[in-house]
Design a protein around this ligand. Structure first.
Ligand code: HEM
Length: 347
C-alpha cells in the first residue's frame, strides 16, 4: 500500500497522526484548565468521561494514533539513517532552534514517551483502568491509607503532585514536547505541500505560538497543582469534600443493597423453620460477614479521612449499624460453634 510502501506515504501518515495528537494535546490542556479554575467541575468532567463507551473508544483511538506515530517515526528514522547517515531531515533551517529540533525529533519523541509512561501510570492506570476493571474497593489505589475514587480526578492530582519529583519530571517532558511539537507542527504542513514561500513563515509563527501557549499552560498547571497538593487543598476544600462524600454514600448504598439481596437468598424458604433459619443466618454471617465488615470499615475510614465535614446519608448510617451488628455476631459463642463445626470451610 502507498501509505506504507513509499517514503512520502509514510511521512503523510506521520503528519496526519501528528496533527491528531496536536489536537488531543490541545484538548487535554483545556480540560486540565478546568481543574485549574474550578476543581469541583473537573471532577464532574472526569466522572462523566470515566470508563463509558465513548471515553473508551476515544482512548483506544488515541492509543492507536500514538502507536502508529511512534512506529512510523522509528521506521522513517531508520530509513533516513540508511539513505543519508546522520543527516536525516532536509530543512531550510534559518531558525537555529527549529533546525536543532528537526535533527533530534526521535530523541525528543523518546523523552515525551518516557514522560507519557510515567504520566499514564500516575493517572490513567489509577483512574480509567480501575473503572474498566471494575476494581473492588479493597484493591483501589490508596491515598493516605484509604482508597481513592477513580472518578475523583482531584484526589489523583493530590497523589501525584504531593511528590516533588512530579513537577520536575513533568517540566522535562513539557520542554521536550515544546521542541517536538514546534517542529512537528510546521513539518506536517511541509509534508502535505501546504507551505509556499508566503505561508512557510506564517505557519512557523502559528506553530510556535500554538505550542508555546499549550506548553505554558501545562507548566502553569503543574506549578499550581503542586502548590495545591503540598498545602493539602484537594483534601481540605469543602466543595471537594462534598463530592467525595457523595461517592462514599453511593458505595454505602451499594453495599447495603448487596447485603439485602445476599441475605434474602440465604434465608429463602426458611421462614417456617426457625431452627434451620437460625443455622442459615449463622452461616451467612460467618461466610459473608467478614467481607461486609471489611468493605464497610474501608468506606467509613475513607469518609472520615476524605470528607470529615460532610454529613453521612441514611444508608451510610444503616451500613455502619449492620457492620457493628455483624462484628458483634462474629464474636459470639454461637458463631464460634459454627466455625468449629466447619473447620475446613472456615480456613
Ligand atoms: C499538568 C499536566 C498534565 C496533567 C495534570 C494531566 C492529567 C491527566 C489525567 C487526570 C488523566 C487521566 C484521565 C482519565 O483516565 O480519566 C490523563 C490522561 C492522559 N494524559 Fe495527561 N495530563 C497532563 C499532561 C499531559 C501531556 C503533556 C500529555 C501528552 C504529551 C498527556 C497525555 C495523556 C494521555 C495520552 C492520557 C490518556 C488519555 C485517555 O486514555 O483517554 N498528558 N492526564
Amino acid at each position: 500500500m502507498w501509505l506504507t510502501s513509499s517514503s512520502i506515504g509514510r511521512k503523510l501518515v506521520m503528519a496526519l497522526t501528528g496533527c491528531a495528537l496536536v489536537l488531543f494535546v490541545t484538548f487535554h490542556v483545556l480540560m486540565n484548565a478546568v481543574a485549574l479554575i474550578w476543581p469541583a467541575a473537573y471532577n464532574q468532567v472526569c466522572e462523566f468521561l470515566g470508563a463509558n463507551w465513548y471515553a473508551l473508544v476515544a482512548s483506544a483511538g488515541l492509543a492507536l494514533l500514538f502507536i502508529i506515530h511512534i512506529v512510523y517515526a522509528v521506521w522513517l528514522t531508520l530509513q533516513n539513517y540508511k539513505a543519508r547517515g546522520n543527516d536525516r531531515y532536509a530543512v531550510n533551517g534559518n531558525v537555529p532552534q527549529v533546525e536543532w529540533s528537526s535533527k533530534n525529533m526521535l530523541v525528543l519523541g523518546i523523552v515525551v514517551v518516557a514522560f507519557l509512561i510515567v504520566h499514564l501510570v500516575q493517572f490513567w492506570a489509577k483512574m480509567q483502568l480501575q473503572e474498566l476493571c471494575h476494581a473492588d474497593l479493597t484493591v483501589l489505589p490508596q491515598l493516605e491509607g484509604v482508597p481513592a475514587a477513580p472518578a475523583m480526578g482531584t484526589l489523583f492530582l493530590q497523589m501525584a503532585f504531593s511528590s516533588v519529583w512530579t513537577p520536575i519530571v513533568y517540566i522535562i517532558g513539557f520542554v521536550a514536547l515544546w521542541f517536538h511539537m514546534n517542529h512537528g507542527f510546521w513539518s506536517m504542513f511541509h509534508t502535505v505541500g501546504w507551505d509556499n514561500n508566503l505561508w512557510i513563515g506564517r505557519l512557523k509563527k502559528i506553530g510556535c505560538w500554538w505550542t508555546t501557549i499549550v506548553v505554558a499552560l501545562f507548566v502553569a498547571q503543574a506549578v499550581v497543582f503542586t502548590v495545591r497538593a503540598q498545602s493539602n487543598y484537594y483534601l481540605e476544600d469543602a466543595k471537594l469534600q462534598e463530592q467525595y462524600a457523595e461517592f462514599w454514600n453511593a458505595q454505602a448504598e451499594t453495599l447495603v443493597d448487596e447485603f439485602q439481596s445476599e441475605i434474602n437468598v440465604a434465608m429463602k424458604g426458611l421462614e417456617a423453620n426457625p431452627i434451620e433459619a437460625q443455622k442459615a443466618q449463622a452461616e451467612f454471617v460467618q461466610n459473608y460477614g467478614p467481607k461486609f465488615v471489611e468493605k464497610a470499615t474501608l468506606i467509613q475510614q475513607s469518609f472520615e479521612k476524605q470528607c470529615p465535614t460532610a454529613v453521612p446519608g441514611d444508608l451510610f448510617r444503616q451500613m455502619a449499624m449492620i457492620s457493628q451488628q455483624l462484628q458483634q455476631m462474629l464474636g459470639t459463642p454461637a458463631m464460634q460453634q459454627v466455625e468449629q463445626a466447619n473447620p475446613v470451610e472456615n480456613q
